[in-house]
Design a protein around this ligand. Structure first.
Ligand code: ADQ
Length: 480
């Protein structure tokens, strides 16, 4: 069996155990099982030069933590990755802050990572690169002579060609994707968007339904919807600690139901619209006063990026104004928690909530939607209200699907969720649970690695494509 090399923006803690669940742990198990390397940024900014690599041998795995300089963090991580690619890929052109220095920093860091990773690679390794921070990595590795199979998985959405074309670097980005052997997306829509781009903007040749070539390169483009450790999360949800148990008992005694939302504080998660919908529900249904609360957990992330400070302000103002309008001395309708809450607490909190309210404006997948379903008591399950723009909606059709821009519609769906008969709740939940149990994290991992390991089918003749940058008529040098 080939060794596995995982590359992600942040290097994982390989000493974590499976009991804590989560995606990084599933990947860590796979790399431990096969032996290999996990390479990524150590998360710190280290002066002007960036400092030294930190290498730690854990069993048969090298954990390689790369430092970044303050300038690199600013241009690569806060800049191109999170002020250009994140908003662009979440369809938010209005929030893109494009600066040439950001793209230069993005390329610089990816090139440095490729050079730093090289000495740790063996000829028949499988290399699996994760997410938007590292799109150009394969191109730089190829230039250094790497012939290994290299796969890429994008955790966030991939925008339609017209949106992508708004970025001055769209040709380089897509060309860089074609340096991989396998490019994986969360949904059919995302994979379809790259195929559309290749059809519209590039002289790529379609060799088979999911295989394209451009020049000498050939790539498989496929969807691999990410899953969770459903059984592990369900077990964690059944073990409520004392705090959560007391909260649950108090709510039961008062006959209060809870709507829950759990997110990183991010403008893509649709939090203001969600709060407005809850406010609308209370305005339209005075009978719900004191009998329903909304618990939103959303710790701040990426606070150095301007758009994140704005969303935080907006949310605090909204929560304050809705609470100001509806609260009573013995009832606060919205509890908005900005502190980080551990997964051990989150799981039973999801189980103890009658509605999971997950309404991103755009999301690659949204694992909280799957965690909500896994956490429920199958005898008396809650109802998932899910945005049609979360990747998860492509699979989770038995949820109550909403348009997160339609506040009124969301308020109506919330009411339906709160009044749904037990039989219907059970029926919807059983179908959802069956799906996420079969398509769990292990299945996702196995499917991606199988595609990465698969031998190339014979080429359908020599490909006729030109490099994208040339096809676009730009003078930029192609990445690969
Ligand atoms: P995220 O944008 O972080 O991830 P999501 O999938 O919702 O979004 O969450 C990932 C994990 O973080 C989940 O296990 C969740 O429980 C946890 N999490 C989220 N909010 C939390 C909070 N407030 N406190 C503690 N834990 C929290 C990106 C993409 C998603 C994609 C994932 C995985 O944006 O679309 O589903 O990667 O591919």
């Amino acid at each position: 069996m080939s060794r596995l090399v995982i590359v992600s923006n942040r290097v994982a803690d390989l000493r974590a155990t499976t009991q804590t669940g989560g995606l990084a742990v599933g990947l860590a198990d796979a790399v431990r099982e096969r032996g290999g390397v996990w390479f990524g940024w150590n998360g710190e900014r280290d002066g002007v030069t960036g400092g030294d690599l930190h290498v730690e041998r854990i069993g048969r795995v090298d954990r390689v933590a790369a430092p970044l300089s303050a300038q690199d963090v600013s241009d690569y991580y806060l800049g191109y990755a999170n002020s250009v690619l994140w908003p662009l890929f979440h369809y938010r052109l209005d929030l893109v802050d494009y600066r040439p220095a950001f793209f230069a920093g993005y390329r610089r860091v990816n090139e440095t990572f490729a050079r730093q990773l090289l000495p740790f690679l063996k000829p028949d390794d499988l290399i699996w690169v994760h997410d938007y921070h590292l799109i150009p990595l394969a191109g730089f590795l190829r230039r250094l002579g790497c012939r290994q199979r290299i796969g890429f998985f994008l955790h966030i959405p991939f925008p339609p060609p017209d949106l992508l074309a708004a970025s001055p670097n769209h040709a380089e980005l897509v060309e860089a994707l074609l340096d991989y052997d396998v490019v994986g997306f969360q949904t059919r829509t995302d994979a379809g968007n790259l195929k559309l781009y290749l059809g519209e903007h590039a002289s790529a040749v379609q060799l088979a339904r999911n295989r394209f070539s451009l020049g000498e390169r050939s790539v498989v483009i496929y969807r691999f919807p990410i899953g969770i450790d459903a059984a592990g999360f369900a077990a964690m949800a059944r073990e409520a600690d004392e705090d959560v148990q007391i909260d649950l008992m108090r709510r039961r005694a008062l006959g209060r139901r809870q709507i829950i939302g759990i997110d990183r504080l991010d403008y893509s998660k649709g939090l203001p619209e969600r709060m407005k919908a809850f406010g609308q529900l209370l305005a339209q249904h005075p009978e719900l006063e004191k009998s329903v609360t909304f618990l939103q957990i959303a710790p701040p992330t990426r606070e150095e990026v301007g758009a994140y400070a704005d969303i935080r302000m907006e949310l605090e103002t909204l929560a304050g104004s809705i609470n100001g309008r509806f609260s009573d001395f013995n009832w606060t309708p919205i509890r908005y928690i900005r502190r980080t809450v551990s997964r051990r607490k989150l799981a039973p909190l999801l189980r103890g909530s009658q509605v999971g309210f997950i309404t991103p404006l755009r999301d690659g997948m949204n694992l909280v939607a799957k965690e909500y379903v896994a956490a429920q008591d199958p005898e008396d399950p809650g109802v998932l209200v899910l945005s049609k723009f979360a990747g998860a909606a492509e699979e989770m059709r038995q949820a109550l699907i909403v348009n997160p821009y339609d506040v009124d519609g969301m308020a109506r769906r919330l009411h339906r969720a709160l009044t749904m008969p037990l039989k219907e709740r059970q029926r919807r939940h059983a179908a959802l649970l069956d799906h996420i149990a079969r398509h769990d994290a292990r299945a996702w991992l196995g499917a991606f690695l199988a595609a990465l390991e698969a031998r190339d089918p014979p080429r359908a003749g020599r490909a006729r494509g030109r490099p994208l940058a040339a096809a676009e008529g730009t003078s930029r040098a192609p990445l690969g």
